[in-house]
Design a binder for this molecule. Structure first.
Ligand code: IPD
Ligand code: CA
Ligand code: CA
Length: 263
């Protein structure tokens, strides 16, 4: 794929993301919340309408491109073929409902299974993180540099404690500087991308939770693998870590010492 083609698509998507600033306030004002699998599994009109708007936009401007997204049926998607968009319309829906903060929109573009464009839009803080294949990563247009190496003892790391076995959780607390969890896989990953966290771990992410991170990891020299160190398949996802190179091996050693997590 030619760089000018990618630039053309990027310009379109940037316009679409920018126009959300006029759309989201009203959606939030009219917010209605439903539950899905259980009372903790939330979805709102904001999630559904942002996804519907993006689906309509793609159909109009890029017909033939596929969309794999959280709030739709993805049965007919051929993820490794042609042009594929992966979207989490709101990542951190519980934060949106309970705090109106710490949620983001995740969009990633793959061509023939290769990541080409990634966007993580931290709307409440007006920060748009973007990665372009071969061109690096940016926040609001300013280049992001690969973070300096962080040793585990100096690093804040992030994971949902409920999915890490108690002994392993304690071992990670003891070996690291400290533990935080924002509750949005995209924004927890952004902290690693910016060098603020050493790593983020999610034992059961879905493709839309981690789709954008592949390209950021590639462009910024981060580790992003399954928890057993094997490569991650963007279409299947599975237990995942995105990590600074300085602490990646030490974290995996602790997690795998006694099979330290569940999904
Ligand atoms: C969730 C958040 C959360 C993570 C869950 C995700 P959602 O996404 O990213 O931090 O722990 O695994 O499902 O449901 O808010 O889009
Ligand atoms: Ca999500
Ligand atoms: Ca979501």
């Amino acid at each position: 794929m030619m760089q000018n083609e990618l630039h053309y698509i990027d310009t379109h998507i940037m316009n679409w993301l920018t126009h959300l600033d006029d759309v989201i306030p009203q959606l939030i004002k009219d917010m209605s919340t439903d539950t899905k699998l259980n009372r903790f599994d939330l979805v709102t009109n904001v999630d559904k309408q942002l996804q519907n708007k993006f689906e309509t936009y793609l159909a109009e401007h890029f017909p033939g491109h596929q969309l794999l997204a959280e709030e739709k049926d993805n049965d007919t998607i051929q993820p490794y073929e042609g042009h594929l968009w992966i979207m989490d319309p709101i990542d951190g829906t519980a934060n949106l409902v309970k705090q109106q903060e710490d949620y983001c929109i995740i969009i990633a573009y793959f061509v023939e299974g290769e990541p080409k464009l990634s966007y993580i839009y931290d709307y409440p803080h007006d920060k748009l993180y973007k990665a372009i294949a071969g061109k690096g990563a940016y926040v609001n247009g300013q280049p992001l540099l690969p973070p300096r190496e962080l040793q585990l003892r100096d690093a804040i790391i992030s994971f949902g404690t409920q999915y890490i076995n108690e002994d392993t959780s304690k071992a990670l607390y003891d070996a690291s500087f400290s533990v935080r969890n924002i509750g949005s896989c995209g924004l927890d990953s952004v902290r690693v991308i910016k060098g603020q966290f050493g790593a983020h771990i999610n034992t059961n992410p879905k493709p839309w939770d981690i789709a954008a991170q592949f390209l950021f990891a590639k462009e910024l020299n981060l580790e992003m693998t399954q928890l057993n160190g094997e490569p991650l398949d963007f279409a299947k996802s599975g237990p995942f870590i995105i990590s600074n190179r300085g602490c990646y091996k030490a974290i995996l050693a602790i997690i795998n010492r006694d099979g330290g997590y569940h999904i």
